[in-house]
Design a protein around this ligand. Structure first.
Ligand code: NAP
Ligand code: F7E
Length: 327
């Protein structure tokens, strides 16, 4: 029997790579999108436009339990990958309420719908290294206590607690992937890596001269999204549900990312990067470094794409696409 996957957040970075990955594995792939996305396909479906004919799209809202139940009853998914979220940490300081509502209630509605209407469905929840926030241990693993520093981080801790509780209380197959930052040429423009790669491309092509950034000293464990979606899938193929840290075990500062990205284009970051204090966060997560040894041991997963390759991939892709647009 062909496996059926339902992806929330299929229009996002991870959703698009995961859909491609599952199509290759011969899954029947379904995705939930917001109704507005169907009205504005060219802008909102850009990451999945090349696979639209191979997937099934359903308009539904994370805010509506009834709309989620209808889809789950209709397609009876073998696996659900719950990736949809207000995912931008900085925005969560400006709108805590919608971040908490979307991220917590959306996860709760889906888990409850699975429990009542499709209890055999395996469920993946997109947890985050932001749950560690002000880190209590270095490096962070599945046993490290959480200390979130934003409404976004708090929403992911709650989503993780809900996921574990549905596993323990109702015996559902539910996993949380505690994923550290992962990037790609499909990353949203608001995140620092894409802001840098796109900024470098515009400077290289003479469209702009400078790039304003916030805290250059923040350190992250950056991997490639293409590698990380494979870990999501591997979690749902195990006999027992569990939670896993997914990371590279290597750390770089925002400054190091910028230095390398400018160097890829033959430029010196010091001549173009300027710090804007307004871009600092009210509560910063200064440092994140993951220990993925449990994923390596149990899932046989490891990151393949290096930091250098990631940065090069992003910068070259942005230069190419700006040239193609005829700027
Ligand atoms: P992304 O590119 O920002 O995509 C987010 C997705 O969620 C989009 O498809 C978006 O739809 C959808 N969405 C947002 N608000 C929604 C709402 N109210 N109702 C329905 N859909 C909504 O994020 P990503 O980088 O792919 O990340 C995927 C998941 O992993 C997220 O849950 C994120 O929090 C988590 N995560 C990401 C990272 C990372 O480094 N990328 C690390 C750890 C965890 P629209 O296209 O309509 O906006
Ligand atoms: O910030 C600093 C900023 O917005 C990274 C999401 O996918 O990963 C992501 O969250 C760092 C922070 O990602 C700018 O202060 C400096 O320290 O790229 P970011 P994030 O906040 O780490 C986690 C794991 C997720 O789960 C989230 O969904 O970079 N920084 N200057 C800046 N950040 C931004 N955005 N813009 C700047 O100009």
């Amino acid at each position: 029997m062909r496996k059926v996957a339902l992806i929330t957040g299929i229009t996002g970075q991870d959703g698009s790579y995961l859909a491609e990955f599952l199509i290759k594995k011969k899954y029947q792939v379904h995705g939930i999108v917001r109704r507005v996305a169907l009205e504005d396909r060219s802008h909102r479906l850009w990451r999945i436009k090349h696979i639209l004919k191979k997937i099934h799209i359903h308009a539904a809202s994370l805010e509506s339990y009834a709309s989620l139940v209808k889809i789950i009853q209709k397609i009876k998914p073998t696996e659900i990958y719950h990736l949809a979220a207000q995912s931008y940490v900085d925005y969560s300081f400006r709108d805590e309420f919608s971040t908490l509502n979307t991220n917590i209630n959306g996860t709760h509605y889906l888990l409850s719908a699975v429990k009542d209407f499709s209890p055999k469905t395996k469920f993946y929840f997109a947890g985050s290294s932001e749950m560690f926030g002000k880190v209590q241990q270095v490096p962070q693993n599945e046993k490290t206590p959480f200390y979130p520093r934003s409404a976004y981080g708090i929403s992911k801790v709650t989503g993780h607690d809900l996921t574990r509780n549905y596993r323990e209380a109702y015996n559902l197959f539910c996993c949380t992937g505690i994923l550290f930052n992962h990037e790609s040429p499909r990353r949203g423009f608001e995140f620092v890596t894409r802001k840098i790669s796109h900024g470098v491309a515009k400077i290289k092509l003479g469209i702009e001269k400078k790039l304003m950034l916030g805290n250059l000293d923040a350190k992250r464990d950056w991997g490639h999204a293409r590698d990380y979606v494979e870990a999501m899938w591997k979690m749902l193929q195990k006999k027992r549900p569990d939670d896993f840290v997914v990371s590279t075990g290597k750390q770089h500062s925002v400054r190091e990312f910028a230095k390398l990205a400018f160097a890829v284009a033959g430029l010196d970051y010091k001549k173009h990067v300027f710090v804007d204090k307004n871009l600092f966060r009210p509560a910063e997560v200064n440092t994140l470094l993951g220990n993925y040894s449990k994923a390596r041991r149990i899932l046989k997963w490891k990151p393949r794409i290096s930091f250098k390759h990631l940065v090069k991939d992003m910068v070259e892709s942005d230069i190419k696409s700006i040239i193609k647009s005829g700027y």
